[in-house]
Design a protein around this ligand. Structure first.
Ligand code: ADP
Ligand code: TRP
Length: 332
């Protein structure tokens, strides 16, 4: 059966821009995979969000399918989780409009991501970029989610979603639970390999991140040339040694080792020896992902079927919520 024991409703998504990297995996997807065992999980590709920054329309469909394949290759199980494409469930945009009318613009102006993206895309500061968190609120509230597993950078957005839910409930009567973001204790903010003061990001130079499907030679090259710090000891110190500390975090999460164990293991050894060992760990960890991805790339019909089923399951929940919200707002 599909829902065995539903303790929580969980919702999350990733935009189809760029390539999914180990930051996305360790911050978000890894949590999704364990959550799907005991919860009612809804995971989607946030294609509507990706329209807010420059993109190539002809490539969008391929990028969306790539992300769905990445979800499954990394361990999402379409029998356990609802997997779909955001724009295929029209209720997301309908609820977004309704929520726009309860969200103060002052709160949107405070959003760090909006400020950063407005700086980065000076010639394209569109209303969608500004309203981005309201669409996120619709994504989450449409499914009456309790938990939103994301990385650190999305915490502020989820906080705003809570505030939107509260305002809606106060104005129109109790409708939405106030969702909480769920961050991993370690790995909520994996840093760039090229600049350990910046977050690893899909929109940066591919040298700065390890994609889930990078070939072993590329993984090795990227790790060996990643920026480290002065000195040579493999010691965790986030302020003095941000580069090596970031690599220790990645190593610990993928090899299931504590920082102390890693420091002990590499005592008296240099950065290069540590990086070689890390490369081996990353390559081995991602090997089944690469294998599964290759297999799924040949199973076009199967992937489309998953998305069709996911859309129907998502719509089923979304339509019930929209009916309720429409009634509460006096639209019916
Ligand atoms: P990116 O910023 O790389 O384009 P997204 O904004 O699409 O990634 O984020 C997808 C998910 O991955 C979100 O839950 C986000 O919080 C998480 N995430 C993104 N970058 C990182 C990172 N460097 N470390 C940990 N989690 C991350
Ligand atoms: N904004 C998120 C990101 O860039 C993606 C996203 C869209 C999302 N809607 C969501 C994440 C709803 C969690 C819940 O990473």
């Amino acid at each position: 059966m599909f829902y065995v024991s539903c303790s929580m409703r969980v919702v999350s998504g990733i935009q189809p821009s760029g390539q999914i990297h180990i930051g996305n995996y360790l911050g978000a997807i890894k949590q999704w995979i364990s959550l799907q065992e005991k919860n009612e999980c809804v995971f989607f590709v946030a294609d509507l969000h990706s329209l807010t920054v420059p993109y190539e329309p002809k490539e969008l469909q391929n990028k969306i399918i790539e992300k769905v394949i990445a979800y499954i290759a990394a361990g999402l199980d379409p029998e356990k989780s609802i997997i779909f494409v955001q724009s295929q469930v029209k209720e997301h945009t309908e609820l977004c409009w309704m929520l726009n009318t309860v969200c103060p613009i002052g709160e949107l102006e405070r959003m760090t991501q909006f400020k950063e993206k407005s700086k980065k895309f000076k010639n394209n500061i569109n209303a969608g970029l500004f309203n981005y968190p309201v669409l996120m609120a619709a994504d989450i509230l449409l499914y009456k989610a309790h938990a939103v597993p994301v990385g650190k950078d999305q915490e502020q957005h989820v906080e705003l979603v809570r505030s939107i839910a509260k305002k809606f409930n106060q104005k129109f009567g109790e409708t939405f639970p106030e969702p909480k973001s769920m961050l991993p204790k370690i790995g909520a903010k994996i840093m760039s390999l090229a600049d350990p003061k910046k977050k690893m990001s899909k929109s940066d130079d591919p040298k700065s991140y390890i994609s889930l499907f990078d070939e072993p030679e590329d993984i090795q090259k990227k790790i060996m040339s990643s920026q480290t710090d002065s000195g040579k000891d493999v010691i965790y110190n986030i302020t003095k040694k941000p580069g090596i500390s970031n690599l220790i975090v990645i190593y610990g999460l993928l090899a299931d080792k504590t920082t102390e164990e890693i420091e002990k293991q590499f005592k008296g050894k240099n950065y290069s020896e540590f990086k070689k060992s890390l490369s081996k760990t990353v390559i081995e960890y991602l090997e089944p992902f690469r294998r599964k991805q290759k297999e799924l790339l040949l199973r076009d019909v199967y992937v489309k079927e998953i998305l069709n089923k996911g859309k129907l399951r998502a719509e089923n929940i979304a339509q019930t919520t929209i009916q309720e919200a429409r009634k509460k707002m006096g639209l019916e």
